[in-house]
Design a protein around this ligand. Structure first.
Ligand code: DCP
Ligand code: MG
Length: 427
């Protein structure tokens, strides 16, 4: 052994020979489990989460205003059979799933399958708080974590101390227990040589399970699964595969790579072949979520709200358009719109306002930022003006379609007439 090898052997973090251990962690019945933390009396019962934005449990909370939430009697909760409307279920507890009820099912249909299921409204703010909490627990233990949405992450165990023990099972157990201790929530973890297999493995032992899948398990554990279980094979691709007699991953693996490339296109065909053979070398990418996005500008000369109204108005509009473009490009929407000013004496003031709905629309941002500007002293000259959008969420993670900005409104440019009608209050 040469001296050069020593550090590698002593410090597993620098050992290039360590096998990749990638974990996929997914929370169990996430929204429902968070609800059960406030209503523990519903544990073990079929519960579904869904409905519009109207809080279905508001009446309940009013009637039992003096009663702690955990003590409201079960019989007082709304049940599916009394539901009328076109709402869709976001998720269901495992006892409810036994009746065939699940995500994306219409509530009227679910009511026929399980009329006695308790119905609770969606409280996305609460889920996001718990999402942040469980991810913080993971990062503390195993910092190389990729955020994949409100209730799932990938984690690279490879170089984490203990990450190789029992193929990753020991670290998975530690994370599972730490999340439970910190939040009262359970999750399921799959550990595998790559993301593709880890994602499939995390479903094997739900809820509260751990599965370790190795390259040797391909034939026994992966090939019997439907092609649709490959993350990336959507309903359309699945139809195409089925039309050619390919239902299971094993059947896909049995096809010639060249045939797949000819039939499904070079790239997609090659990818399908690799996926069926459990090959995937995508890295786990950590990226911290931005809290806000902003644009600001310092003027060449100090500007005055009245004397330089046109110039300031144009700059202001431009800033709003830039922030909106940044949000749209990066796939975020925000709720808190703010402005920042620096006066000629270098004092800085900020004001913000929170909207009802998320937006990435330049006109909405400008209008709200304009309201904020009405709340600052515009008598002094300004050196700098900035526009900020905070309380961001990924567009794809927004809680319900009602709060998704219509595409038309996202794309709508800030139009000139909007500008003209504003007096100085300018903005
Ligand atoms: N969700 C949603 N609409 C869907 C699917 C899911 O709003 N069509 C929400 C509710 C879920 C959360 O996203 O709680 C996470 O989705 P999962 O697919 O991970 O489902 P669950 O965590 O609820 O259940 P599981 O234990 O199967 O992971
Ligand atoms: Mg989940």
């Amino acid at each position: 052994m040469t001296a050069a090898h020593l550090p590698a052997l002593l410090d597993p973090a620098t050992d290039p020979a360590l096998p990749r251990r990638i974990a996929h962690l997914d929370m169990d019945a996430f929204y429902a489990s968070v609800e059960l933390l406030r209503y523990p009396q519903l544990r073990g019962l079929p519960v579904v989460i869904g409905g519009g934005r109207r809080r279905l449990d508001e009446a309940l909370r009013e009637e039992y205003a003096e009663t702690p939430l955990a003590e409201i009697p079960v019989r007082a909760f709304p049940v599916l059979k009394d539901y009328v409307g076109r709402g869709v279920i976001t998720t269901a507890t495992y006892p409810a799933r036994q009746f065939g009820v699940g995500s994306a099912m219409g509530m009227m249909k679910a009511a026929r399958l399980c009329p006695q299921a308790i119905l609770l409204p969606v409280d996305f703010d609460q889920y996001r708080q718990f999402s942040r909490r469980f991810k913080a627990v993971i990062r503390d233990i195993s910092p190389l974590m990729e955020d994949r949405g409100v209730d799932e992450v990938y984690i690279d165990f490879t170089d984490v101390p203990g990450g190789q023990r029992e193929g990753g099972r020991v670290l998975a157990r530690l994370i599972q227990k730490s999340i439970f201790d910190a939040t009262g929530l359970t999750c399921s973890v799959g550990v595998a040589p790559n993301k593709l297999l880890a994602k499939m493995a995390s479903e094997f032992n739900k809820p509260n399970g751990i599965s370790v899948v190795g390259a040797d398990d391909l034939q026994a554990l992966i090939w019997p699964l439907a092609c649709r279980k490959i993350n990336g094979v959507g309903p359309k691709a699945d139809e195409k595969l089925k039309a050619r007699g390919i239902h299971l991953i094993g059947e896909l693996a049995a096809r010639e790579r060249d045939w797949l490339m000819q039939t499904f296109g070079k790239r997609h065909g090659a990818w399908l072949h690799d996926a069926a053979w459990g090959r995937d070398d995508r890295p786990v990418v950590t990226e911290s979520e931005p809290v806000s996005m902003s644009r600001e500008t310092t003027f060449d000369r100090d500007l005055h709200a009245v004397q330089d109204k046109a110039e300031l108005g144009a700059v202001f509009t431009r800033l709003c358009e830039q922030v909106a473009a940044d949000l749209q490009r990066k796939g975020y929407v925000g709720k808190t719109i703010g402005v920042k000013l620096r006066y000629d004496d270098f004092r800085i003031v900020t004001r913000d306002q929170t909207l009802e709905a998320w937006t990435a629309d330049a006109a909405t941002i400008r209008q709200t930022a304009g309201q904020c500007l009405k709340r600052v002293d515009l008598d002094r000259r300004m050196r700098l003006l900035g526009v900020r959008v905070g309380s961001l969420v990924k567009t794809a993670e927004m809680p319900d379609p009602a709060s998704k900005p219509a595409l038309a409104s996202v794309k709508r440019p800030v139009d000139a007439p909007d500008l003209k009608v504003q007096s100085l209050s300018l903005f």
